[in-house]
Design a protein around this ligand. Structure first.
Ligand SMILES: *Cc1c(COP(=O)(O)O)cnc(C)c1O
Length: 399
């Protein structure tokens, strides 16, 4: 009996990658075994955290590291650590800040989601005075210099593909912040180069333990020793409701071990095979083009399938909706579906999943077509977060 049959939830083919709302990574058996053994033991958590710190240093090159519950928790905890340092009275005081160094700044063009919640929410929950600099599409060094007064406790930088084309490069951002001794906190949940941020002098970098590292729900803060020390101390304060347990900490350690000895060539070869399965089913269909894509935000083989909705008679977002109603459910990286692009990430697909996806695509693309000439109603796509809200909102009643 599968776990789906035992508990009655739907099987899911995950071509999106490690999305938190899809259960993030499919955790491999060796990490699962360590988590399982850990659950049967009692342990001093600070012992585990010290070992996690060593493992995080090996992964990132940073002086120290701390395991946290997830990336967004890590962002809040890193912000708190920058505000309080290791002063216990300050740690206990948050979110009330009675001292003057309480500003946290971010470029306006980087105000994305910390996952599905806005970045400003995880910053402001610590009580910080939150300040956006620059404009939606631009931020210049003069914006940053003007904002860096004596009351700035930290500056956030988000490592994500955004549409804003003219923001400060991380190198410049760090350099200017460091002229004023302001620490830089980096959200790097999806980043695959774990050494880059330490090399560039980022003071606290936050990674996901349950995305590319492939562990259970967890996060990592890597950075300067005294700041990381202050991060762990937040468990006596605002970090308490965001703490990670022994299972999360051992998962971070085990996942780092796995990552450092993975055979990426063999992994990519297996993924390329699954990608070929998709291509075999859709090659030559009218209105469909595809290309393999590389991204700094995924180590996987990713296939971008582009739909020209005039020729195909259906739009990418309509196909995306249909795939979500398949059994098993098929989920893809649908961030750009309203622009006609569907991205399939092979990280968590098994052999044969590509064929299932390809056939479902073919069914949508060869099924009933919209009759444009008859002036048929051409539906308009909905914003991503409206759909996401419905998805969350449905949870209790959906069968
Ligand atoms: C996924 C993600 C987060 C949130 O990660 P969680 O671990 O689910 O909290 C934050 N920032 C970015 C850029 C992400 O991709």
């Amino acid at each position: 009996m599968t776990i789906q049959e035992k508990y009655g939830f739907k099987k899911l083919i995950n071509a999106r990658g490690p999305a938190t709302i899809l259960g993030a990574a499919r955790v491999n058996p060796s990490i699962r075994a360590d988590i399982s053994d850990m659950l049967g033991e009692s342990v001093e958590i600070r012992d585990l955290q010290r070992l996690a710190s060593d493992a995080i240093s090996r992964l990132t090159g940073a002086e120290a590291g701390c395991a946290v519950h997830c990336t967004s928790a890590g962002m809040a905890i890193a912000a708190a650590a920058a505000l309080t340092g290791d002063d216990p009275s300050r740690i206990k005081a948050l979110p009330d800040i009675t001292w003057s160094r309480k500003k946290i700044i971010i470029q306006k063009g980087q105000v994305t989601g910390a996952g599905d919640c806005p970045v400003w929410q995880v910053i402001r929950m610590c009580g910080a005075e939150y300040i956006e600099i620059g404009e939606a599409l631009d931020c210049a060094s003069f914006h940053l210099r003007a904002a860096l007064d004596d009351n700035v406790a930290a500056a956030f930088y988000i490592m994500e593909d955004t549409f804003a084309p003219n923001l400060l490069p991380l190198e410049t951002f760090v350099e200017i912040c460091h002229e004023k001794q302001v620490p830089v906190i980096c959200d790097a949940a999806y980043l695959t180069d774990f050494q880059l941020l330490n090399r560039l002098g980022v003071d606290m970098a936050i990674y996901s333990g349950h995305k590319w590292l492939g562990g259970c729900t967890s996060g990592i803060i890597a950075g300067r020793r005294e700041l990381i020390h202050a991060c762990y101390l937040q468990e006596m304060g605002i970090g308490r409701p965001m703490k990670t347990g022994k299972e999360g900490i051992i998962s971070v350690i085990a996942a780092i071990d796995q990552w450092l000895k993975r055979d990426s060539i063999a992994i990519r070869a297996a993924q390329a095979q699954v990608s070929t399965e998709i291509i075999c089913e859709i090659d030559g269909l009218p209105g469909v083009s595809y290309r393999q894509m590389e991204s700094a935000y995924s180590p996987s083989v990713r296939l971008c399938v582009e739909i020209d909705d005039q020729t195909a008679g259906t739009a990418a977002w309509e196909i995306n909706d249909a795939l979500a109603r398949e059994e098993p459910v098929i989920m893809l990286d649908d961030y750009y579906v309203n622009q006609g692009r569907m991205i399939f990430d092979m990280a968590f697909l098994d052999p044969g999943d590509g064929t299932a996806i390809g056939r479902a695509l073919r069914k949508c693309l060869t099924g009933r077509r919209r009759d444009e000439s008859a002036g048929a109603h051409r539906p308009v796509p909905r914003p991503r977060q409206d759909i996401l809200y419905d998805w969350f909102n449905d949870w209790m009643d959906r069968r």
